[in-house]
Design a protein around this ligand. Structure first.
Ligand SMILES: Cc1ncc(COP(=O)(O)O)c(C=O)c1O
Length: 437
């Protein structure tokens, strides 16, 4: 017997939200099967199914195939589990770039003369398309169309909705970029996990996913979030051989760290791939507030994205596109990007090595994160919180069960690294107490 009430889909959905906010059902809990709840409430099964669908569209629940409909976690916070609130907290939970390592846009804004644009002038800024096409070409990526979208997540979302139907299967690296995972679940796709190592997705795992009938795959070829893996050229060609057998598969490559990584640009798209997009956001090097990403893709996929853009975002403000274009041309801004890259490339291995000195095996080849598999992730995250560090657990990223914590190094200055490693070792080695979970 559930505590859910209601006779219409919206009443039932509202009641489920109430049950969750009162704590009687929580993240990870299963909702009753549609048939059972319909029987209990004396309503048609479609009414309950509609309520569940509504909750899934708003990201409140997600469907996990055979297991059923599950309450989503939102963004978990270790604060839920702590017994003491620290006086000072270093937030390593968001993979933000360091604000001091973003180019200063003020000098560019001062010499900037934006002109008003009308409906007829909308679309992608030609100069920006031209200069980013050149960047893609220099990196040896396949020829295609280039368009501009409002950030990586928007581009990925529109590429998916332009091609897939709810219920379709989408493969993601496990663990995956949390927003992407949440996006796929909210859009009603069945998420299929891909196993990976430090060279990227394992070929056997891709074959298995294809045998399950996936219609799309989303990968982060460099600076995989959260593990920091970078796909090696050899692995990319092995994967391309497999993808080559599935010309209708939509391949989305989220190259969000592009200018900030020394890892080689690679792709698993092949000349036979009809639906593909390589997405480069400026969030990590010019700042997340820019909301601009360049998309290189097949004409089928870029057209699909543009069609979806018409329905909501319509276009990326020309003023913003111009600003990003100016930044790309600016010698000072590009020097700042190079300095940011050097700084992240120093911090990540410094943290991995400091943890190794405490016997802890973390990974983080590229990107803004270091990933440390641990037992009892919630307990470790809570203890780190008590010591003044906010981190995320694998809960946000995993598809299959695992236990790990993610440190984002954007706000982690060199002088803090040793203390973080020592605190982490202490958090892991301290005996369980009654106070923490
Ligand atoms: C894997 C990955 N892709 C993309 C982004 C950035 O997305 P957006 O361009 O929407 O800001 C991030 C930021 O954390 C990321 O980790």
């Amino acid at each position: 017997v559930t505590m859910i009430i209601g006779q219409t889909a919206s009443q039932i959905a509202k009641s489920i939200e109430d049950v969750v906010s009162s704590g009687r059902l929580g993240p990870g809990d299963l909702l009753p099967p549609v048939r059972q709840l319909a029987q209990e409430l004396g309503v048609n099964r479609n009414t309950v199914a509609n309520a569940y669908q509504h909750l899934a569209r708003t990201g409140f629940v997600y469907s996990d195939g055979r297991r059923g409909t599950i309450v989503a976690s939102g963004m978990p916070s270790p604060a839920r589990f702590v017994s003491e609130i620290p006086s000072e907290l270093r937030d390593l939970s968001v993979s933000n770039p360091e604000i001091g390592l973003l180019p200063d846009i003020r000098s560019i804004l001062r010499r900037f003369e934006p002109v008003p644009a009308l409906y007829g002038d909308i679309g992608h800024l030609p100069e920006l398309v031209e200069c980013t096409s050149e960047l893609f070409r220099k990196d040896g990526l396949p020829a295609g169309e280039v368009i501009v979208a409002g950030g990586a997540l928007e581009a990925i979302s529109l590429a998916l909705t332009g091609y897939l139907a709810p219920g379709d299967k989408v493969a993601l690296e496990d663990p995956a970029f949390s927003n992407c995972l949440q996006l796929c679940r909210t859009l009603g796709y069945a998420v299929v996990p891909l196993s990976q190592d430090d060279q990227g997705i394992l070929p056997g795992s891709l074959k298995e996913a294809l045998s399950k009938g996936i219609r799309a795959i989303i990968t982060t070829p460099r600076a995989q979030n959260p593990t920091g893996a970078a796909m090696s050229p050899q692995r990319a060609s092995e994967l391309a051989l497999i993808v080559n057998g599935s010309p209708d598969l939509l391949v989305i490559e989220d190259d969000h760290f592009s200018m900030l990584t020394g890892a080689e640009p690679v792709t698993m798209c092949t000349p036979r791939t009809k639906h593909w997009a390589i997405v480069r956001s400026v969030s990590k090097f010019f700042g997340p507030d820019m909301r601009v990403a360049f998309v290189l893709g097949s004409s089928k996929t870029t057209k699909n994205i543009e069609r979806q853009q018409q329905l909501g975002p319509r276009w990326v403000s020309k003023i913003l596109q111009r600003l990003v274009f100016e930044l790309l041309q600016d010698v000072g801004a590009m020097k700042t990007v190079a300095a940011a890259r050097a700084s992240y490339d120093r911090r990540r291995p410094a943290l991995v090595n400091a943890l190794a000195r405490h016997g802890l095996m973390a990974v983080g080849q590229t990107g803004l994160n270091v990933w440390l598999p641990v037992d009892h992730e919630q307990r470790i995250a809570a203890r780190l919180y008590e010591r003044g560090w906010a981190v995320l657990t694998s809960e946000s990223f995993r598809i299959t069960p695992m236990s790990a914590i993610r440190f984002s190094i954007g706000g982690l200055h060199d002088e803090l690294i040793e203390r973080l490693a020592a605190d982490t070792a202490e958090a892991i080695n301290a005996p369980p107490s009654r106070m923490t979970v």
